[in-house]
Ligand binder design. Structure first.
Ligand code: FMN
Length: 179
C-alpha cells in the first residue's frame, strides 16, 4: 500500500507540512505501508499555454505518484476562510488528462496557529475533491487549532490530546484502506 501526502504550503517551517509528516510517519510504522510527501514546490501557476507545449516534468512525476497511491492526504493551510491558492493550483494541474484523481481515496487534514483549525478550508477542499470524483474520506478529522502550542518545529507532539487524536486517526485510516 502506498499513501502519499500533498502540502498546500510552500513555507519552509510550514505547520501543515509538519502535521502531514507526523501523520505519514505514524502510518509508515505499519510494515505494509510506504509513505511519501509529493514535492509540488516547482509547480508553475497553471497556464494552458505551458500545458499546450508540454506538461512540466515535476507535474508528470507527481501525477505518476498519485496514480500509484492508494490514498492521498491533502494538508492545507487556511487562507481567508478557505484552503490555499497553492493547493488549488496543485489540484488544477493534477486534474488534467490523463486522469489520476477519479476514484482515488482522499483525506483532507490541516492546522492553524489560530482558532479555526482550517474548518472552512477543510470543507471547501473536500467539496473540490469530491467534485473531481475522488473518494473523499469523511473520517478521521485531523484538524488542529493553536498548532504552535501543540507541536514544535521539530515535529514533536507536545499535547497528549492531539497525540491521541492522531493515533486514533491513523487507526481509522488503516481501517478505511482495509489494512
Ligand atoms: C493570506 C493569509 C490568509 C490567512 N487566513 C487565515 C484564516 O482565514 N484563518 C486562519 O485560521 N488562519 C489564517 N491565516 C494564518 C495561517 O493559517 C497561518 O499563517 C498558517 O501558519 C499557515 O500555514 P503553514 O504554517 O502551513 O504555512 C492566513 C494566513 C495568510 C498568509
Amino acid at each position: 500500500m502506498k499513501i502519499s501526502g500533498i502540502c498546500g504550503s510552500l513555507r519552509k517551517n510550514s505547520w501543515n507540512h509538519i502535521l502531514l509528516k507526523i501523520v505519514l510517519n505514524k502510518l509508515s510504522k505499519n510494515k505494509n505501508i510506504d509513505t511519501e510527501i509529493i514535492n509540488i514546490s516547482k509547480f508553475p501557476l497553471f497556464n494552458a499555454d505551458i500545458e499546450s507545449v508540454a506538461t512540466p516534468t515535476d507535474i508528470v512525476d507527481a501525477k505518476e505518484k498519485v496514480k500509484n497511491s492508494d490514498l492521498i492526504i491533502f494538508s492545507s493551510p487556511a487562507y481567508n476562510g478557505s484552503y490555499s491558492g497553492v493547493m488549488k493550483n496543485v489540484v488544477d494541474w493534477l486534474s488534467r488528462t490523463p486522469q489520476v484523481l477519479s476514484d482515488k481515496k482522499a483525506l483532507v487534514i490541516g492546522c492553524t496557529p489560530g482558532m479555526s483549525g482550517t474548518l472552512l478550508g477543510y470543507t471547501h477542499l473536500n467539496q473540490l475533491l469530491f467534485g473531481l470524483g475522488m473518494n473523499v474520506l469523511s473520517q478521521p478529522k485531523i484538524l488542529v487549532s493553536s498548532v504552535n502550542k501543540k507541536i514544535n518545529e521539530d515535529g514533536d507532539l507536545l499535547n497528549d490530546k492531539l497525540e491521541i487524536l492522531i493515533d486514533k486517526g491513523v487507526e481509522t485510516i488503516l481501517n478505511k484502506i482495509n489494512i
